[in-house]
Write a protein that binds this ligand. Structure first.
Ligand code: 5AD
Ligand code: SF4
Ligand code: FES
Length: 364
């Protein structure tokens, strides 16, 4: 059947549903500008011009998992590891609160050092600050998720990464898509605001599988969807086919360039904008990884469907070690610096920082 951009966008704008073929069409369309501006318009109509800030505290870079694409993977012995003690995590949260943040995100690799007891203590103390609290600490049991929720955690982020089972098995050894989806369902059942998402541009990922990822996120339905463009990390076993060595000084880490970064950036924008059209009321972050690939990345994302930014609120000394991928932005900055930097950027595109906690408008 013949389909065209006006019909597909018209349907998405009015009905907020598309089938897999129509999503694929938008993932491939040459009329990307139309797609992005339709998402921008839908964002404005449903969630307005306010931008919600979430203070991100990266409290441990230890991880027991071994995802092939990630710099925090267990077998990356080049990385200096750190853990921030509960008391210092709480102090960081207090500081973020004093800078006006209304949401604190606690993120780490999967680090068993933080037992349920330690985590619930941290959660209760942070919740005493009258903020919304998001956890992003990986796969847990139902009972663990319940304990965190009972202590006051409001939201949980767990990206599905990809719903392509063969790709998942290849890239996430020792993990399973089934368990990942079980986690996301548990999080949803426990009444958290559920955040998920994918990595865009993983080696071996197809547009067909991305169309399925989008439908999966809609089927939950998630309250927040984050898209991270894949960024090659040289201390990981990801195959180098897609990457080139930029000069002849050999394979020194800084000389390896990702050839497809423009395409991956653009693909992420497409996915975000489709998510906005299909789930007009959810929260969509302009991710740090987008700005790593493009100096205007977060602002472009905010103008293509996004309405959330997660500025770094980790103390400067730790930042460079939370190296999920190289070239991460804000490494030299302090929590205060990022807070002011991001507000200025947001104002430069005639948007404003929200004064609320930014709960999702979906009625659950
Ligand atoms: N490039 C981009 N995003 C990555 N993540 C992990 N490795 C990479 C990479 N190389 C993302 C995953 C994970 C989040 C914390 O970081 O989606 O959920
Ligand atoms: Fe650990 Fe998450 Fe990185 Fe996988 S993506 S190695 S679970 S931090
Ligand atoms: Fe961190 Fe701009 S947001 S330096």
């Amino acid at each position: 059947m013949y389909i065209n951009i006006d019909d597909v966008l018209g349907k998405a704008i009015q009905l907020h549903t598309l089938d897999e073929n129509e999503i694929l069409y938008l993932l491939k369309t040459k009329d990307i500008k139309m797609l992005l501006s339709a998402a921008d318009e839908t964002r404005r109509k449903y969630v307005g011009d306010e931008v919600h800030l979430r203070a991100l505290i990266e409290f441990s870079n230890y991880c027991k998992q071994n995802c092939l694409y990630c710099g925090l993977r267990r077998d990356n012995y080049h990385l200096k590891r750190y853990r921030i003690e509960p008391r210092e995590i709480i102090e960081s949260a207090q500081k973020a609160r004093s800078y006006g943040y209304k949401t604190i995100v606690l993120q780490s690799g999967e680090d068993p050092y933080y037992t349920v007891e330690k985590m619930t203590e941290i959660i209760s103390a942070v919740k005493d600050l009258d903020v919304a609290l998001t956890l992003s600490i990986g796969e847990k049991t139902f009972e663990e998720y319940k304990a965190y929720r009972d202590s006051g955690a409001d939201r949980y982020l767990l990206r599905v990464e990809t719903t392509d089972e063969a790709l998942y098995n290849k890239l996430d050894p020792g993990m399973s898509l089934k368990n990942r989806m079980r986690c996301i369902e548990d999080i949803e059942k426990l009444g958290y605001e559920t955040g998920s998402g994918i990595i865009a541009g993983l080696p071996g990922q197809t547009l067909e599988s991305i169309a399925k990822d989008i439908l999966y996120l809609k089927s939950i339905p998630v309250d927040m969807a984050g898209i991270g463009p894949f960024i090659y990390h040289p201390d990981t076993p990801i195959k180098l086919e897609l990457y080139s060595v930029s000069n002849d000084t050999g394979k020194k880490k800084e000389n390896i360039r990702q050839k497809n970064s423009k395409d991956v950036f653009e693909l992420s924008l497409r996915i975000m904008s489709i998510l906005r059209l299909l789930m007009p009321g959810i929260n969509i972050p302009a991710t740090t990884a987008m700005e790593t690939l493009d100096p205007q990345g977060r602002l472009t994302a905010l103008q293509s469907g996004a309405n959330v930014v997660m500025p770094n609120a980790t103390e400067t000394t730790y930042r460079k070690y939370y190296e999920i991928y190289p070239g991460k932005i804000c490494l030299g900055g302090s929590p205060m610096h990022c807070r002011f930097c991001i507000e200025n950027k947001i104002k430069s595109i005639n948007r404003f920082v929200s004064t609320g906690k930014g709960f999702c408008r979906l009625i659950k």
